[in-house]
Design a protein around this ligand. Structure first.
Ligand code: ASP
Length: 344
C-alpha cells in the first residue's frame, strides 16, 4: 500500500514538466481499493516559479510553512475530526502567512484594496459555502464554513457577507490588516504601467491556498482561499469561491482545490470536471486530473493546477505551470515540493 502510494506520487513528480506532453493513459497508475486511514494535500499557488528567481532563505521559509500546514492538517485528522475541520485548520493557518495570496498577504485590487474569496465543500452531503469580495474578515475560509453550516445559502458576497460574519461572531479586522509591503510594491509597479490590467500576482506566481482531505471515516472535503488577481476590478470574482470551478468534493469520487487563471477554471468547471470524469467515466484520480489539467485546460491556454484526493486516499497534484507550492501527508508518507522537477 505504502509503496503504491509512493509510486503514484513519485511517478508524477519524476515526470515533472515532461509529463505534460504525455497522454493521460501513460501516466495512469493502478490504484488499490484498500483505503488509507487518512490523506491530505495542500497547495500554495502555481505559476512561473523558478529556482533562480527565489532566494534560498525564501524557499526554506515557504517549505517550512507548507510542512507546518501539513502537520496541522494531519493532527486534526489523527484526532478523528472530520475532513472539513482539517481543511479549515490548514487554510486558516495559511491565511495568516503573508507569503501567500490569501488572508494577510492578499494581492491588491486596481483601487488598492484587498478583496478576499474563499469556499469549502463537504463530500458527504455535497454541502458547500463560499464568500467573495470580503474586506474585513480575518479568516475567509471560516466564513465560508459558516455559510455552509449556518445559513440556507451557498455563496455570500461583499458587505452582506461581512454582516453575516459579524453575526456569527467571526474575527473582524480593519481592512489595513491585509496590507503587506511586498504586495503593495507589486501593486504600485503593476499600476504604474500604461496598460495596467489584471495579472496573476508577481512574476506570474498565483499564491492562492487550498487543501483537500480524506478523514478517518472516509469522508472528503476541499477548500480554497485567495486574494484573486492583482489589479482585479469591478468586483471581479475568480474561481476560488465558485463551487465546481475552484473547489469541489463528492465522496463518490474525489475532493479538488484549484489554483490558476480563474477565468479558465470557471469556464471549464475544472474541479467538477475532474470529479465527473471519475464518477461517470470510470477514470482514476490521476487520469481524470491529467485529462483536465494537462489536456483540456492546457489546450485552452489556462495556466494552473489542482490538488486532489480520492475516497481511498490516493493523491494527485497535476499542474501545467513551471511550479506549484504543494505538499501531502498520509499515515505512511509525506512531502513538500515547489518546482516541477522535484520528487517526493
Ligand atoms: N485562481 C485564483 C483567481 O483566479 C488565482 C490563483 O489561483 O492564484 O482568482
Amino acid at each position: 500500500m505504502k509503496y503504491l502510494l509512493f509510486l503514484v506520487l513519485a511517478i508524477h513528480a519524476l515526470l515533472g514538466c515532461e509529463s505534460r506532453q504525455v497522454a493521460a493513459e501513460d501516466q495512469a497508475v493502478e490504484i488499490t481499493k484498500e483505503r488509507l486511514d487518512y490523506a491530505l494535500a495542500i497547495h500554495g499557488g502555481a505559476g512561473v516559479i523558478r529556482r533562480k528567481n527565489m532566494t534560498e532563505e525564501y524557499e526554506a521559509e515557504v517549505r517550512e510553512i507548507l510542512a507546518k500546514a501539513l502537520e496541522i492538517g494531519e493532527n486534526t485528522l489523527k484526532s478523528g475530526q472530520p475532513a472539513e475541520q482539517a481543511v479549515i485548520a490548514v487554510i486558516s493557518y495559511l491565511e495568516d502567512m503573508p507569503q501567500f495570496n490569501a488572508g494577510k498577504g492578499a494581492v491588491f485590487t486596481y483601487e488598492g484594496t484587498n478583496e478576499l474569496d474563499a469556499s469549502i465543500m463537504r463530500g458527504k452531503d455535497l454541502s458547500a459555502g463560499a464568500v467573495s469580495g470580503v474586506t474585513g474578515v480575518k479568516h475567509p475560509i471560516q466564513l465560508a464554513q459558516k455559510v455552509m453550516d449556518e445559513s440556507v445559502h451557498v455563496m455570500l458576497s461583499g458587505i452582506g457577507a461581512q454582516q453575516f460574519a459579524e453575526e456569527q461572531g467571526l474575527e473582524i479586522v480593519d481592512p489595513s490588516y491585509f496590507h503587506t509591503e511586498r504586495r503593495h510594491e507589486s501593486w504600485k509597479k503593476a499600476r504604474a504601467k500604461a496598460d495596467a490590467k489584471p495579472q496573476l500576482s508577481e512574476n506570474g506566481k498565483f499564491g492562492t491556498v487550498g487543501c483537500v482531505a480524506m478523514d478517518q471515516a472516509g469522508h472528503l472535503a476541499a477548500g480554497t482561499s485567495t486574494g484573486g488577481m492583482t489589479l482585479k476590478r469591478w468586483g471581479r470574482i475568480g474561481d476560488a469561491p465558485v463551487i465546481g470551478a475552484g473547489t469541489y468534493a463528492d465522496d463518490r469520487s474525489c475532493a479538488v482545490s484549484a489554483t490558476g487563471h480563474g477565468e479558465y477554471f470557471i469556464r471549464y468547471a475544472v474541479a467538477h470536471d475532474v470529479a465527473a470524469r471519475m464518477l461517470h467515466g470510470n477514470k482514476t484520480l490521476a487520469q481524470a486530473g491529467d485529462e483536465v489539467i494537462q489536456q483540456e485546460l492546457k489546450k485552452a491556454g489556462g495556466d494552473g493546477g489542482i490538488i486532489s484526493v480520492d475516497r481511498t486516499g490516493n493523491i494527485h497534484m497535476p499542474f501545467n505551470t513551471l511550479g506549484m507550492y504543494r505538499g501531502f501527508v498520509t499515515p505512511t508518507n509525506r512531502g513538500v515540493a515547489i518546482f516541477d522537477d522535484e520528487t517526493f
